[in-house]
Design a protein around this ligand. Structure first.
Ligand SMILES: [Fe+2]
Length: 316
């Protein structure tokens, strides 16, 4: 087991994801410890910390701000709980009254289905998301599902055949929030009849370089609708092929949440993720809260006009 100088790093998968042990986040950590944790995140893409125990939302935000600019939600969904800090995104299955959402709550259910498709948070935005930090406040009883899956988008790229690497190395994917929601909810009246090409689009390199490690990333997500300069259907087929490829079981690690206070931190510029369903849905409370840190790297804005980021959507 690799020993960092301030904590222990336990790899969770052959190529990525780790658990950090011996790190107490119930109080602020020093710059030195933080830098070691950030390096660990860059290397592994996903860091799980059991019983991290942020004392409250504020501590969760302050910790996240060590990584960079924490995203603030621009609007509050009236169908969600009014949490006190705009930096805290409600990832729970609770409605505005604190009750467990059911299938009849279409606005919430369609979003939950969208998050169950492979994605990187915020890829549909002109400025993409760097780190997400998800914290379990109240989990359903054990054995009721609600795991989070991660895929190693750097290893997936490394393993591509050379001819595919050459084919995709300079391509640009065009991302759309609506595309993910339509794919996840083909029968929902909320998205029917809307044309992705009429809605905001974001252009990001299909193979950006993960700056901290210098490794190329297969930045293909369920928000990617088509490929710039390629006939739409051909681009869609390529995206589907690459998404299926990158999410093969050998690239996937499934994180099982265990304790209230557990935290998972991931680098959206290196890994993909998705929520999984479970029998807790419609039945047990699952209170999860997330912060997002905006990307400040050279690919942060992709090929988009940075000014368009002023109006971008909340990360999802
Ligand atoms: Fe997400």
């Amino acid at each position: 087991m690799p020993i960092a100088s301030h904590f222990t790093v336990k790899p969770l998968h052959k190529t990525f994801a780790c658990e950090v042990e011996g790190l107490d986040l119930s109080k602020p950590i020093s710059d030195e410890v933080f830098e070691e944790l950030r390096d660990t995140l860059h290397k592994y893409g996903v860091v799980v910390i059991r019983n991290a125990n942020f004392p409250d939302d504020k501590a969760h935000i302050d910790f996240s701000a060590r990584f960079g600019e924490v995203e603030k939600s621009k609007y509050r969904n009236p169908h969600m709980r009014p949490l006190p800090y705009p930096e805290i995104f409600d990832i729970s299955n609770l409605d505005e009254n604190g009750n467990v959402v059911t299938k009849s709550n279409e606005k919430r259910i369609t979003a939950i289905r969208g998050n169950a498709l492979w994605h990187a948070d915020g890829s549909f935005n002109p400025r993409r998301t760097y780190v997400s930090c998800l914290r379990a406040v109240e989990l359903p009883p054990p054995g009721n599902g609600g795991h989070t899956e991660y895929a190693d988008a750097r290893q997936a790229y490394d393993d591509l055949p050379e001819d595919m690497k050459n084919k995709i190395k300079d391509l640009v994917a065009v991302h759309s929030f609506l595309h993910n929601r339509q794919t996840a909810n083909p029968d929902s009246a909320l998205f029917k009849g809307k044309n992705v090409l009429d809605e905001p689009l974001a252009r990001h390199k299909l193979v950006p370089i993960h700056e901290p490690t210098g490794r190329p990333v297969l930045y293909v997500t369920s928000y990617a609708h088509h490929i710039e300069g390629m006939p739409i259907e051909e681009g869609k087929a390529l995206i589907k092929e690459l998404l299926e490829y990158a999410s093969q079981p050998k690239y996937v690690f499934e994180h099982h949440w265990a304790n209230n206070g557990d935290v998972a931190i991931w680098d959206n510029t290196a890994v993909l993720h998705r929520a999984t369903s479970g029998i807790y849905e419609g039945k047990y409370k699952r209170d999860m809260r997330r912060t997002c840190v905006m990307d400040s790297g050279k690919d942060a804005f992709g090929l988009n006009n940075p000014e368009d980021a002023i109006n971008q959507r909340n990360s999802s």
